[in-house]
Ligand binder design. Structure first.
Ligand code: CTP
Length: 206
């Protein structure tokens, strides 16, 4: 299979030096890319800025903003059999990016923010015969929220995890299907979980 994987955070610039982003090491997405390569698949990795080396053998696209992640992912998805969206996409961006550096005013300021595009929802809407696996990071009503995301983004499955996963080497996840129920539970290093997920996909894809 050829698998598209999104990974890492995206950045949304307030001015030329300041940005809004998400806490994300990129480890989960990079571990998935490595596991897929190890199991003989082709990987297109679209990644926001992280301190990790892309796994050897993948097709790598470095991006910074959500818009760039969307453009690179939509272009790559055409050539892929499915997508695993592990990126921690920044959900908001300033309505306008200020040119240069905004000087301090000596008082509070407010910034008008709008939502960024949803990369996964875009891919889900266009998936056709391809499969789509999303991630959901939830701190409360986890399964209900995960199911809502699965539906809204037209995913086949969604990997549910919680904020303790951020920056950690380990993770504890549930794989949720369209019934909203966990059909698999995996715990361990992000590399171990990735191997389990790729193996599970190999045997359960139609
Ligand atoms: N995602 C995406 N583009 C966005 C937001 C999220 O592709 N603009 C993807 C993530 O990569 C993940 C899934 O959607 O696979 C769910 O991300 P999550 O951050 O849990 O949910 P959000 O849709 O951002 O909703 P909320 O922040 O309200 O929980």
């Amino acid at each position: 299979m050829r698998i598209l994987i999104t990974a890492g955070p995206t950045r949304e610039y307030i001015d030329d030096v300041r940005y809004l982003s998400n806490a994300s090491s990129g480890r989960m997405g990079y571990a998935l890319a490595q596991a897929a390569l190890d199991q003989g698949h082709e990987v297109v990795l679209v990644s926001g800025p992280v301190d990790l080396m892309p796994p050897k053998g993948c097709e790598f696209h470095a991006v910074e903003t959500t818009e760039e992640m969307k453009t690179a992912s939509v272009a790559a998805f055409d050539r892929c059999d499915g997508v695993i969206a592990a990126a921690a996409v920044c959900d908001y961006k300033p309505r306008e990016r200020i040119e240069g550096k905004l000087a301090k005013t000596g008082g509070p300021i407010s910034i008008d923010m709008i939502e960024t595009d949803d990369v996964l929802a875009h891919l889900g809407a266009a998936k056709g015969r391809r499969w789509v696996v999303g991630f959901a990071l939830e701190s409360q009503n986890a399964r209900e929220n995960a199911l809502q995301k699965l539906r809204a983004k037209n995913c086949n499955w969604i990997v549910l995890n919680n904020p303790t996963a951020i920056g950690s080497l380990n993770n504890e996840v549930e794989l949720i299907d369209e019934s909203g129920q966990p059909i698999m539970r995996w715990a361990g290093s992000k590399q171990e979980i990735s191997t389990q997920l790729i193996t599970w996909l190999e045997t359960n894809l139609p």
